[in-house]
Design a protein around this ligand. Structure first.
Ligand code: THU
Length: 130
């Protein structure tokens, strides 16, 4: 299995744990640290709706809180024909912690598309502006 396939598979597995009773839109993410470790995340919804956290941010916060710094790639998996890109808030967080990494979008049917963060998130606000 290639590195990308391994990451997609981890995101698929994380998606199994999605808590999405309100939207029924189940998302899995997986983040590969430069250490080689992979951190999975799923969306975790809340009855208030607004407190919902996306799969990507869960994966990032898990990795950061475990002491990881530096990341190679992130994968996002959903069960939709149109592949799912990270939302705006997640793009900001991915940029903050991962910079210009590839975002590997995939669905359960095996469709895959890869986009670099600099194309998904042009002209970001970041620490260079402070
Ligand atoms: N969601 C994610 O987890 N990641 C994305 O990239 C897009 C949206 C979640 C949030 C919410 O639980 C559901 O998908 C519908 O927006």
């Amino acid at each position: 299995m290639s590195e990308n396939e391994t990451l997609i598979s981890a995101a698929r597995q994380a998606r199994e744990n999605a808590h999405a009773p309100y939207s029924n839109f189940r998302v899995g993410a997986a983040l590969r640290a430069t250490s080689g470790k992979i951190f999975g995340g799923c969306n975790v919804e809340n009855a208030t709706y607004g407190l919902t956290v996306c799969a990507e941010r869960i994966a990032i916060f898990k990795a950061i809180s475990e002491g990881e710094r530096g990341f190679d790639a992130i994968s996002v998996v959903t069960d939709t024909d149109a592949l799912t890109p990270p939302c705006g808030a997640c793009r900001q967080l991915i940029w903050e912690f991962c910079g210009d990494i590839p975002v590997i979008m995939a669905n359960l049917k095996g469709r895959v598309e890869i986009m670099q963060m600099q194309n998904l998130f042009p002209r970001p606000f970041d620490s260079s502006h402070l």
